[in-house]
Design a protein around this ligand. Structure first.
Ligand code: ADP
Ligand code: MG
Length: 301
């Protein structure tokens, strides 16, 4: 097959591993920087060009679209979809998962366990917002944050009010969330492909920290999931419409709670912690499922 990886940088670990795994299975792998692609959306035959030339037809495309280029990256992916190329994750599903509020609303509609979450922009009754999620301690998150930046644990009601006021002053969107203390500074990253969790790791925050992000000094180890954790992760990915997803769970004393669903989960942490060839499993999944003009949405919905 001829497979395109939409990625800004061919030297990133995940991109490199996907090229390796694809080539090892005899596929022709191309890395395309989405920002370099330009497109014709008027003609009957949609086209994608790069460096003055039309791109050849691809059998499958693997989107690795960073959060900062979601808008243009998903437009490029949509163009591939219109041309009949099979997308590992569809553009619509990626856009859905990038909107944290929309994601939580979709997940709750399917009855998936979530931390009690309130969201607000300029709440005129902060004490009531705090009560909605059960009072302090609580977690306040900037919607635009990643890698743990913009996630604050407010131990007291006073602290929570101050942080909320500060975020409001910055005109930022934010959410307030019940603090899952019993998670003990750990979360579970479940790597879902199709209808299976193919690898999972536990990320533990460093001492004195509640955020388990590896970028915040957390450490990752192999973990065995319970059946409920597996089925929650698979259901969350399915709800978002993602074939491949990194589903982050918190272990609460009332079962697994979904924190977020990532549509371009990184391979380095999970492959290192679990010693599994995740890249090869992604390529195998594409071999099994890719068909021309199989995209369900082609950007609709
Ligand atoms: P980001 O998108 O920046 O990674 P997250 O929502 O994943 O933000 O939060 C970062 C980390 O903070 C999580 O991995 C988890 O360890 C911790 N955390 C987030 N929300 C909660 C919560 N409600 N209860 C307990 N810990 C949490
Ligand atoms: Mg996170």
């Amino acid at each position: 097959m001829r497979i395109a990886i939409i990625s800004r940088n061919k030297n990133l670990y995940s991109t490199r591993r996907l090229i390796e795994a694809g080539e090892a299975k005899g596929h022709e792998m191309h890395v395309l920087d989405p920002l370099r692609c330009y497109m014709n959306i008027n003609a009957k035959e949609p086209e994608i060009h790069m460096r003055g030339k039309e791109l050849p037809q691809f059998d499958a495309v693997i989107p690795r679209i960073g959060a900062s280029i979601t808008f243009y990256g998903t437009a490029v992916l949509r163009q591939f979809e219109m041309m009949g190329t099979y997308p590992l994750n569809e553009s619509v599903a990626i856009s859905r998962s990038r909107d944290k509020l929309r994601s939580l609303q979709l997940l709750s509609r399917k009855g998936i366990g979530l931390p009690v979450t309130g969201f607000a922009s300029k709440p005129n009754d902060i004490p009531d917002l705090i009560d909605m999620v059960g009072g302090a301690p609580l977690v306040i998150k900037l919607l635009e944050g990643t890698q743990g930046i913009g996630v604050v644990l407010a131990e007291t009601r006073k602290a929570a009010e101050s942080v909320i006021e500060a975020f409001m002053g910055l005109n930022a969107h934010f959410m307030v969330q019940e603090y899952i203390k019993e998670a003990g500074g750990a979360d579970l990253r479940c790597f879902v492909i199709g209808d299976k969790v193919i690898a999972a790791m536990k990320r533990q925050a460093k001492p004195g920290e509640f955020r388990s992000n590896l970028h915040r000094g957390g450490s990752a180890t192999l973990v065995k999931l319970s059946p409920a954790e597996r089925s929650t992760a698979v259901k969350a990915a399915k709800t978002m419409g993602l074939n491949v997803a990194g589903v982050d769970l918190l272990r609460s004393n009332h079962g697994p709670l979904v924190m977020e669903v990532n549509s371009s989960p990184g391979l380095e942490g999970i492959e290192t912690a679990t010693d599994k060839d995740v890249a090869a499993q992604i390529i195998s999944f594409i071999e099994k499922t890719a068909q021309f003009h199989k995209t369900r949405t082609k950007g609709r919905g």
